[in-house]
Write a protein that binds this ligand. Structure first.
Ligand code: DHB
Length: 392
């Protein structure tokens, strides 16, 4: 069978010959990466961060890998799955992209997975974090994180640090379900008790009535997962309802205190303890350089965990192409991706060859004021954590 790529190559060489170009010049055509992100709508902060991270990687490492020019094609999906899917289709068929990348929310990654499989196009998930995403296609790999990775760590920490009763409050979609389930199992297995489970709408949530329910249950702590960007509205309601004064601690995955918006949350955020894979305050030479360059290129914007995952997503693509010598065949690229390992601004990371998911350090962090700014200050490190949902 003559596949599409082979056909295209033959066609391109014929065309090049007609134009008087040499065949090697045709073989050097650029590698296109279709970056699909929510650049508008309620999750635009995720798009802005991932794009900034990806562009920073390219500006630091050049736009040529293994002799091939890299071209980033950015499209806005406004955070709606139908649009993500249609855009992915167009990019594969019309633009002939060799990679798909981005995916600001889980439903957007789910919508694209069948296209990745059919077209055999390596698809790099740089934001979405439901565990099962990488199981939806053998052509998906991930540079963000999984909710179980973070939720198990904070569940164990809570049980070991005097917290006995918890209300869980999560956004009502797949990553929220992952967070709830894996936090609850780690916490209860270590002696904790879940007194209530609350789901809040993903879009335009009014947290006030839900936080009143938390207050009425008077737990030791509320465990929270909301997607990146939603933390500011949550924190405002947490303060306005006086949960802190009522002695209810705030714990969660790091999404609720994302570094992009943390500084504007004010005193209510102080003392929040979360588990996550990236803090802008991470102490390493790689992170110092990353944060400085990121801020310089983006009007002083702080990178958050989405920014670092965009940066690392491009690092993954560059390294995979180095390994294949610039060959973009989907199966060869996926083989090259498996087992890649490098030092990210977040710490050491690798791609699990079995699951194509990220293996990384997880940190327990507490929000503190340092030199007049709020930071997630890392206190404890758990090394090389795999996605717990895929172990065993
Ligand atoms: C997802 C989105 C987020 O913004 C986040 O912080 C975590 C997970 C998601 O939809 O998978």
């Amino acid at each position: 069978m003559m596949d599409r790529r082979r056909f295209l190559t033959v066609g391109a060489i014929a065309l090049a010959a007609g134009l008087g170009l040499s065949a090697p010049a045709a073989a050097q055509e650029s590698v296109k990466i279709g970056l699909i992100l929510p650049m508008t709508g309620p999750f635009a902060s995720t798009g802005r961060q991932v794009e900034a991270g990806a562009r920073l990687y390219m500006s630091k490492h050049g736009d040529t890998v293994a002799g091939r020019k890299i071209e980033l094609l950015l499209k806005d999906d406004a955070g709606t799955p139908d649009q993500t899917k249609r855009t992915a289709q167009e990019m594969v068929v019309n633009d002939k992209v060799s990679f798909l990348a981005g995916f600001g929310l889980t439903p957007l990654a789910f919508a694209t997975a069948p296209i990745s499989t059919q077209a055999k196009v390596p698809t790099i998930v740089m934001a979405a974090a439901t565990s099962s995403i990488t199981e939806k296609s053998p052509f998906i790999a991930r540079t963000s994180f999984t909710l179980p990775q973070a939720s198990v760590i904070i569940g164990e920490w809570a049980a070991e640090n005097g917290i006995k009763k918890v209300v869980t409050l999560v956004s009502d979609y797949a990553p929220g379900a992952d967070a709830q389930k894996w936090f609850a199992s780690a916490f209860t297995e270590n002696g904790g008790e879940i007194v209530e489970e609350i789901q809040v709408p993903l879009r335009n949530p009014d947290f006030a009535p839900f936080l009143q329910r938390v207050k009425d249950a008077s737990p030791d702590a509320v465990f929270v997962f909301v997607p990146s960007g939603a933390g500011a509205a949550f924190m405002k309601q947490f303060r306005d309802r006086g949960l802190g004064e009522a002695g209810i601690r705030l714990i969660g995955t790091g999404d609720v205190v994302d570094d992009d918006i943390l500084n504007d949350m004010g005193e209510a955020a102080l003392g929040t303890v979360t588990a996550h894979h990236y803090s802008v305050a991470h102490d390493s030479p790689e992170n110092d350089a990353f944060v400085k360059a990121f801020k310089a290129a983006n009007d002083g914007m702080r990178p958050n965990f989405m920014g670092v995952a965009g940066y690392d997503g491009m690092a993954l693509i560059y390294q995979a192409l180095e390994k294949t010598g610039g060959d973009t065949d989907g199966e060869k690229v996926m083989e090259a991706i498996k087992g890649l390992a490098w030092t990210s601004p977040r710490g050491p990371i690798s791609i699990d060859p079995k699951t194509r998911d990220i293996v990384q350090n997880m940190y327990i962090r507490e929000v503190k004021s340092v030199d007049g700014e709020l930071y997630n200050v890392e206190q404890e490190t758990f090394e090389a954590v795999k996605d717990p949902a895929k172990e065993g």
